[in-house]
Write a protein of this length. Structure first.
Length: 220
C-alpha cells in the first residue's frame, strides 16, 4: 500500500502513524494469491493489496498518531501466542519421538534403551520445561495487564518467544534425527513439525528483534 505523508500545520513531515480499519469490501482493497510456504500450510498467507483505497476518518482505530504504539502492544501479546505455539510443537515432537523409540528395535532391543537416546530425550524435555516457565510467566503478566494492573510485559514476551522458538527448532531437528531415515519421510509427522517450528523464529518479530528488545531494556 502507498500511504500519504503526514504533514503538520506548517507543512513539515511528522513521525505520526495512525491505525485504521480496512473492510474487505472497500474499493481498492484486494487479497493476493496464497503463498506457497515451507510450513504451517493449514494457515493461508496472502498479500493484502490497497490501491487507491480511501478510508473514512471514522475508521480510526484508537487515538490519532498512536498507531505505532497500538501495533507494538499487539505484537507483545502475539509474541506470547507464538511462544505457546512453539512450545506445543516441541512438546508434540517429544511425544511422537517417545512413542517411536519405544517401538523401534535395533540390535535386539528398543532404541529407547540406548543411553544416547535417553540423554537426548532428557535434555530436550528439560529445555522444553524451561521454555514453558518463560511462556507461562509472560502470559500471567499479560493477564495482570488485562486485569487493570499497570505492568508491561514486552521483555517477558520477547524472552518467551526467543527461547521457545529456538527450543522448538532444535528439539524437532533432534527428534527427527532419532527417527533416522523414517523421520525424513512423510510416514511420520516429525518432518512437518520441524518445518512448522521454523516460522516461530520469524513471524511476530524475528529472534534478532527479540534480542534487540531484551538488550534494549537491559542497557537503557
Amino acid at each position: 500500500a502507498v500511504t500519504g505523508t503526514v504533514l503538520d500545520k506548517r507543512g513539515r513531515k511528522t513521525k505520526e502513524i495512525s491505525a485504521f480499519i480496512v473492510e474487505r469490501t472497500d474499493p481498492g482493497f484486494k487479497v493476493g494469491k496464497p503463498e506457497e510456504k515451507m510450513g504451517i500450510r493449514g494457515s493461508s498467507t496472502c498479500e493484502l493489496i490497497m490501491e487507491d483505497c480511501l478510508i473514512p476518518k471514522d475508521r480510526l482505530l484508537g487515538v490519532k498518531g498512536r498507531g505505532f504504539q497500538l501495533a507494538m502492544a499487539t505484537l507483545d501479546g502475539g509474541r506470547i501466542g507464538i511462544a505457546a505455539q512453539a512450545l506445543g510443537i516441541a512438546e508434540g515432537a517429544i511425544d511422537e519421538t517417545v512413542a517411536y523409540v519405544k517401538e523401534r528395535k535395533q540390535f535386539g532391543r528398543s532404541i529407547a534403551q540406548f543411553q544416547n537416546t535417553q540423554f537426548e530425550l532428557a535434555e530436550m524435555k528439560a529445555r522444553v520445561d524451561a521454555a514453558k516457565y518463560l511462556v507461562y510467566a509472560a502470559a500471567l503478566k499479560k493477564q495482570d495487564a488485562m486485569n487493570g494492573q499497570k505492568v508491561r510485559y514486552s521483555v517477558e514476551a520477547a524472552e518467551a518467544k526467543l527461547i521457545a522458538s529456538r527450543t522448538a527448532s532444535d528439539v524437532t531437528r533432534r527428534c527427527l534425527q532419532l527417527f533416522g531415515g523414517y523421520g525424513y519421510t512423510r510416514d511420520y509427522p516429525i518432518e512437518r513439525m520441524m518445518r512448522d517450528a521454523k516460522i516461530t523464529e520469524i513471524y511476530e518479530g524475528t529472534s534478532e528483534v527479540q534480542m534487540m528488545v531484551i538488550s534494549g531494556a537491559l542497557l537503557k
